[in-house]
Design a protein around this ligand. Structure first.
Ligand SMILES: O=C(CO)COP(=O)(O)O
Length: 290
């Protein structure tokens, strides 16, 4: 995993400082990358003020070390400010689930990156498959939104993933290529300097909300592929440091096995992130898997 300290028992050398690293990917050490295991909770269109108050109280009481895991929760737009005001910011950051492709202005019903910044929200999810499928967001729109977030200094979680039909008809890698290309097509994406600000989420559509989780081997295969695609475009050092999350029916029972896979750097969790106890177990999956 990324962000492990250089240490005496290391078997590999950091390509940045030449010290040893015990990292599974063994390219870059803590001195060069502060990226930790990452867990996001996507609350989707769920929650009332009352249920959110209880959920946040449960999360604030969760026992984990933020030195080893970065945790972000994404409530609805209208709950962002409330959650940000009551959540323990030593342990959690708050993310929006979407942004508008442009700035503030005459865009009825849309939320600009500037507005999020004004609220102290520093993360945004882009390209979630529900937005792609239900709101007709194309790869190009996802590329624009991701670039817009980066231009405004936000941290961004672009989502990619194939449908069951695409997987079964052998299109999985061409679908992922096209989704990644839309990110690479934007200057703001390829010009990123600090790759702790970009976290890619692989969310196979067939696994989202279905209870059918990808096997650890299926997740690893795609994560390794995405890392290769990143490496071809941005170089080995960037590819090694970018965190790639798995999302789709992650729960407190299956998270540990998935977290053991070399290229699984964290999770983007839907349903199970609405239960504080389950989410806490998922947050601690990385530590448990070691
Ligand atoms: O869409 C997801 C996270 O963004 C995954 O949702 P589930 O965990 O409910 O399958």
């Amino acid at each position: 995993m990324l962000g492990l300290k250089c240490n005496a028992q290391a078997r590999n050398q950091c390509i940045s400082c030449s010290k040893g690293v015990r990292a599974r990917r063994a390219l870059i050490c803590n001195a060069a990358s502060n990226n930790k295991f990452f867990v996001g909770g996507n609350w989707k269109s769920n929650g009332t003020k009352e249920s959110i108050k209880d959920l946040v109280a449960g999360l604030n009481a969760a026992d984990f070390d933020p030195k080893h895991v970065e945790v972000v929760v994404a409530p609805t737009f209208v709950h962002l400010d409330y959650v940000n005001s009551i959540i323990d910011k030593n342990k959690f950051a708050v993310s929006s689930q979407n942004i508008w492709i442009k700035g503030t202005g005459a865009f009825t019903g849309e939320i600009a990156a500037e507005t999020l910044q004004d609220l102290g929200i520093h993360w945004v999810i882009t390209g979630h498959s529900e937005r792609r499928a239900l709101c007709n967001e194309t790869n190009d729109v996802v590329g624009l939104k991701t670039a817009r977030a980066l231009e405004l200094g936000l941290n961004v979680i672009p989502c990619v993933g194939e449908t069951l039909e695409q997987r079964q008809s052998g299109q999985i890698f061409s679908v992922l290529d096209a989704q990644m290309k839309a990110l690479f097509d934007r200057q703001a994406f390829i010009a990123v300097k600090d790759w702790s600000k970009v976290v890619i989420a692989y969310e196979p559509v067939w696994a989202i909300g279905t209870g059918v989780v990808a096997t650890p081997e299926q997740a690893q295969e795609v994560h390794a592929y995405l890392r290769k695609v990143l490496g071809n475009k941005l170089g080995a050092e960037v590819a090694s440091s970018v965190r790639i999350l798995y999302g789709g029916s992650v729960n407190d029972k299956n998270c540990e096995e998935l977290a053991q896979k070399e290229d699984v750097d964290g999770f983007l969790v839907g349903g199970a992130s609405l239960q504080a106890a389950s989410f806490e177990t998922i947050i601690k999956a990385h530590a448990a898997s070691r």
